[in-house]
Design a protein around this ligand. Structure first.
Ligand SMILES: Nc1ncnc2c1ncn2[C@@H]1O[C@H](COP(=O)(O)OP(=O)(O)O)[C@@H](O)[C@H]1O
Ligand SMILES: [Mg+2]
Length: 258
């Protein structure tokens, strides 16, 4: 049984077909990477899974039950957590308080008491590497630390599936390495992960499978080494990226690590 199954999902915004019949499954323990050009439909896909967008056609199953018409807060309580491409914490609160919000309001059964929520927050802050900055106001955090906080907030809801939307965008080489270590720790704690990422080093470094989206459809799916050397992927996505020149965020030719 798959943990999550996306079946032939389509989503249109006016004249734009953001998703045009996407299917894939996520098994427990998977670390699935989703890559593809800007506008390929990656974020829309996460929005459909987390209930923020409703598919026009197709279905999404969580442990065999359809969730494509379930409200986002209920999907979160069923065990699907996510981060957002645009980070939006509560700026005047501390790192710890921000994280505790997830523990307080996102739990499946009733609310935790504030003291218990703070304890939970400390645990996940340790996991993401923010323990020492837990009393900082969020305003003082650097960009990479804000992304860690976003992961911590999602983890505080104790998801079984975590959806990460470009949490490593704009990070330098060292920060990418640290973020990679964080993703591994989260995976090793037993959380299944789907991550959208443009940094190829991340894809080859942690993912056991990769899905390439292009124009709202699956172009290729398979193990990273295979997918990143696939001529169709190089033509539709990687070729264009390398032609624009290397970015500063630690990516490199996929063949170097494949
Ligand atoms: N809420 C929305 N309203 C209108 N168009 C949208 C909306 N969300 C996404 N789109 C469009 O759908 C397409 C896919 O977007 P998106 O899922 O954000 O792609 P990606 O995350 O792969 O860059 C784009 O053409 C985008 O402009
Ligand atoms: Mg996106």
């Amino acid at each position: 049984m798959s943990l999550l199954a996306v079946r032939d999902v389509s989503k249109r915004f006016g004249g734009v077909k953001a998703l045009a019949g996407v299917s894939f499954a996520v098994d427990k323990g998977d670390l699935l990477g989703i890559i593809g050009p800007n506008g390929a439909g990656k974020t829309t896909l996460l929005n459909c899974i987390s209930g923020l967008a409703r598919p026009d056609a197709g279905d999404i199953l969580w442990e065999e039950a359809s969730i494509s018409r379930v409200a986002p807060y209920r999907i979160a309580r069923m065990g699907i957590g996510r981060t957002f491409q645009i980070v939006r914490p509560f700026p005047s609160m501390t790192v710890r308080e921000n994280t505790a919000m997830g523990a307080l309001f996102g739990r499946p059964r009733g609310r935790l008491q504030p003291v218990a929520a703070m304890r939970e927050a400390d645990e996940v802050l340790d996991l993401v590497g923010l323990a020492e900055k837990r009393h900082y106001p969020v305003l003082r955090l650097t960009v990479p630390d804000r992304k860690r906080l976003e992961v911590a907030r999602a983890l505080a809801m104790r998801p079984r599936l975590l959806l990460l939307d470009e949490v490593m965008a704009g990070l330098n080489q060292v920060e990418v390495e640290q973020a990679l270590a964080m993703v591994r720790r989260v995976r090793d704690s037993g959380v299944t992960i789907v991550l959208i990422e443009h940094v190829m080093k991340v894809i080859v470094g942690v993912c056991n499978r990769v899905l390439v989206l292009n124009f709202g459809k699956t172009l290729v799916e398979g193990p990273p080494a295979e997918v990143l050397n696939d001529p169709r992927v190089i033509e539709a996505y990687l070729g264009e990226r390398y032609a624009r020149g290397q970015k500063t965020n630690g990516e490199h030719q996929p063949t170097a690590n494949a």
